[in-house]
Design a binder for this molecule. Structure first.
Ligand code: FEO
Length: 401
């Protein structure tokens, strides 16, 4: 399938309606995804990105319906990750001499994955590739989100090909941002940012400012996943600037797992205490063992503060809680408050352990946490509410500093 994008640009990618897990089993894709690939047919023809390996044969077959492969002058590999480069081996078997334009780091990642010595042409920021009346300008974008990532910009048409940046995992036949459900679109965008780009926020901010300083007009952003931003493409750039600046909303998220409901009761009583103290704050509660971890990470991203709870088991914490804490640590959230809670019967290490993990993750701890022996009675529930009252006050205080 080929979809006209603008003038001589067409989409030749693959919509993956079935995908429910990405990055192995790490990232949930409730709405599927797409691997966007673009053909630019000017005096010279450039192919920008390919698709994920399982669709390599299908992709090349479809591409052949649009173009004689031997007339492709340049292949642009904006990013070496396999969801965009996976069809390169199949394609390069057919046109082995075609030059592959990419960053020096992409040569390493492509060679490292495919063990092929293709005709690589290393480019740097500001380099141009002439296609006739238009040029492709290359803009290195390291750590957005791999060291090899790069954007390219097509002059005259004013189109930015942004690889993963500004993308989202959303399968759609409608392709353009103004044609899809907006709440679904932005939910997938913020989930993508929260789960993948959070650790690289300083790079996001710098790269956007660098692009703005180049004074290049922007009519369209062609990402490598999801929609093409043709209607007011600046809107997603503006969102990225907000999200990269230690983003938070007036929200507190409570995450826990429970064995016999004691920690669940504590979580819910703390939530009541927060609501009593601050009726404006949105409180969300998740049992991590029963909810999607990437959705929870998105809620953590939106929160000004979080509470994490686990009962003590085997002098430790429940595995689902340990898992989300590791995910949270790796993402390196900034400017967020936190505290721990949990029930225990004997030794009671969980609250201290969670507190330590949250500190490692860069959270500011409001207090030493709340641990309750066995299951809370009325007095215990009152203590949980009081804890929630205090936590809400601290979170507000923190967000006003
Ligand atoms: Fe969509 Fe970083 O690959």
């Amino acid at each position: 399938m080929s979809v006209p994008i603008k003038n001589n640009i067409s989409w030749v990618g693959k919509v993956d309606w079935e995908l429910r897990k990405f990055h192995g089993e790490e990232y949930s894709t409730h709405k599927g995804t797409s691997y966007n690939s673009y053909l630019v047919r000017e005096e010279k023809t450039a192919l920008i990105e390919t698709v994920w390996a399982p669709f390599a044969k299908e992709y090349v077959r479809n591409l052949q319906k649009s173009i004689d492969l031997n007339t492709i002058d340049y292949i642009i590999a904006n990013h070496g990750e396999i969801d965009h480069s996976g069809a390169l081996p199949e394609l390069m078997r057919q046109i082995p001499e075609t030059p592959v334009y990419c960053t020096a780091n992409a040569v390493k990642s492509l060679k490292g994955q495919y063990h092929q010595d293709w005709n690589f042409k290393i480019v740097k920021s500001g380099d141009r590739l002439n296609l006739g009346d238009k040029d492709l300008i290359f803009i290195e974008a390291p750590m957005l989100h791999w060291p090899d990532s790069m954007f390219c910009y097509l002059t005259v048409d004013n189109v930015l090909f942004s690889t993963d940046a500004f993308g989202q995992h959303l399968a759609t036949e409608r392709l353009f941002n103004d044609l899809v459900d907006q709440s679904e679109l932005f939910q997938e965008c913020i989930k993508y940012y929260a789960n993948i780009l959070t650790p690289f926020s300083s790079f996001v901010d710098r790269k956007i400012k660098e692009f703005v300083s180049m004074n290049l007009p922007l009519d369209m952003i062609c990402t490598s996943h999801g929609v093409v931003w043709r209607d007011n493409p600046i809107q997603i750039v503006t969102k990225y600037l907000e999200w990269s600046a230690n983003y938070q909303e007036n929200q507190i998220t409570i995450i826990y797992d429970s064995m016999w409901d004691a920690t669940r009761k504590i979580a819910e009583a703390i939530a009541q205490g927060i609501a009593e103290q601050d009726g404006t704050v949105l409180v969300k509660i998740f049992n991590i063992a029963r909810a999607d971890k990437n959705d929870i990470i998105t809620e953590v991203f939106k929160s000004k503060a979080i509470l994490v709870g686990s009962p003590t088991i085997n002098k430790g914490i429940l595995s689902a809680v340990a898992g989300i804490l590791e995910e949270i640590r790796g993402l390196g959230f900034k400017n967020k408050k936190a505290a721990a809670f949990g029930a225990y019967g004997w030794s009671g290490e969980s609250v201290r352990m969670i507190t330590e993990r949250l500190k490692e993750g860069g959270f500011t701890l409001v207090n030493d946490g709340l641990k309750l022996l066995w299951s809370p009675d009325n007095e215990g529930l009152a203590a949980c509410k009081a804890f929630g009252n205090n936590f809400a006050r601290e979170a507000v205080f923190a967000s006003n500093q």
